[in-house]
Design a protein around this ligand. Structure first.
Ligand code: SF4
Ligand code: SF4
Length: 399
């Protein structure tokens, strides 16, 4: 990359601030509940997979002691982007900004891992199909119960996302259902593309911006002022990533369906039916919803409002939550690491004694369902929208 601008060089000052304390991956001194923070280190075992290790690599890069190569790429891309390291960094350094810069440089050098590169390709991948499942684009709304919802002027756009649209269509239907029960005037987009999040995981920032702008143009045409998501990764692309990448805010408010519902519940516009029989549940914080966007309490407020539901917490919850293994698109090239993280999280959920493990992200739910199957556990794994669709009722105002 000689002579070419590298993203990592702009972060030299941040890289030099790392004091090499290891808080980003080792909090064992806090007790057994904190034993693992970084799924990449848990799997890879070498320090080069951790926050501190990557800061070492980044420093050697900016100091001109090493050059990017496939070994560095393997360290950087074997990361679930869970932000466990950033949350616990002793110096409050945004570790994930360093990884994002390294990914951007590696993408320019053609060092994206093979399966990820194929999955995002313009020939047979995301670039061609506009979804990560290589499914026909014109089947994106195959789950939709009412065609009159498509492309109509509305205040709110329900952005379905690839996983809900193709792999977990019950989540699309459940979200649709709760939005109807909440009395929201919403539409869905006939030409919805992937949110762009997978391009970001690969360091392909220009492609991510292009993808986000495709959707924003459609949203603008319909005059919508709000986008509602059931996938935190999609929401983050519009809420946080777009402004970070372009310096311009997206001209629309991007909120998660659990935020919208918690707000309506608090205002007395929704009520909850009793859940029978009385059931104990536990809740897995999706990394993007929690650590990336700070949304910890809205899903808990909804669960606590359901009579008959008893919420118990896993030892690692909220900012200390442990990644399920689905983040960073690692399932494409680091399937073993993803499976290990999923198995760890299922074991932690089972140990609470809960009958149901809930989450608020299609990728987490899919990953945890597969981990549960492998563990042959009787634990039920479901998305929070499924439970809410069954329990939520609108409050009818008399007169
Ligand atoms: S983001 Fe998560 S997986 Fe990646 S280095 Fe940090 S703690 Fe490890
Ligand atoms: S916790 Fe922060 S300062 Fe300490 S080694 Fe990790 S990245 Fe560096």
């Amino acid at each position: 990359m000689s002579g070419e601008r590298r993203a990592i060089d702009a972060l030299r000052d941040v890289i030099y601030q790392c004091n090499r304390c290891a808080h980003c991956f080792d909090l064992s001194w806090l007790g057994p509940d904190f034993r693992e923070k970084c799924p990449a280190y848990r799997w890879g075992k070498f320090e080069s997979y951790t926050g501190r290790g990557r800061f070492f690599l980044a420093r050697a890069l900016v100091d001109g002691q090493i050059e990017y190569d496939a070994d560095i790429a393997a360290r950087v891309f074997a990361c679930t982007e869970c932000r466990g390291c950033a949350e616990h960094c002793f110096k409050y350094l945004s570790t994930t900004d360093i990884y994002a810069a390294m990914k951007e440089d590696l993408a320019r050098l053609g060092l994206v891992p093979a399966n990820m590169a194929a999955g995002l390709s313009d020939e047979g991948g995301l670039g061609e199909y506009h979804n990560v499942y290589q499914a026909p684009h014109d089947e994106r709304l195959a789950w939709l119960p009412d065609a009159s919802r498509v492309d109509r002027p509305a205040e709110v756009v329900f952005f379905v996302g690839c996983t809900s649209a193709y792999a977990r269509q019950n989540m699309a239907l459940d979200t649709y259902d709760v939005l109807e029960k909440a009395g929201i005037n919403f539409t869905v987009l006939s030409d919805e593309w992937c949110c762009g999040h997978p391009y970001l995981a690969a360091g392909m920032t220009a492609r991510a911006v292009e993808t986000i702008e495709h959707t924003l143009a459609l949203v603008r045409q319909l005059g919508a002022r709000q986008m509602v998501f059931n996938c935190p990764g999609c929401q983050r692309a519009f809420r946080d990533d777009y402004i970070k990448l372009t310096g311009r805010p997206a001209p629309v408010q991007a909120i998660q369906v659990v935020e919208l519902l918690a707000d309506r519940l608090q205002r007395g516009e929704l009520r909850m039916e009793r859940y029978r029989p009385k059931t104990t549940v536990t809740y897995h914080d999706p990394c993007v919803l929690g650590r990336w966007m700070g949304i910890y309490e809205a899903p808990r407020a909804l669960l606590k409002a359901i009579p008959g539901i008893n919420l118990v917490e896993m030892p690692r919850n909220r900012r200390d939550s442990y990644c399920c293994g689905a983040g960073g698109m690692i399932r494409w090239d680091f399937a073993e690491m993803a499976a290990l993280a999923g198995a760890d999280r299922i074991a932690e959920a089972v140990a609470t004694g809960a009958e149901i493990l809930l989450s608020a992200c299609p990728a987490c739910v899919m990953q945890l369902q597969q981990a549960r199957q492998k563990a042959r556990s009787r634990l039920k794994v479901m998305d929070i929208t499924e439970l809410l669709a069954a329990q939520i009722r609108p409050v009818r105002v008399a007169g």
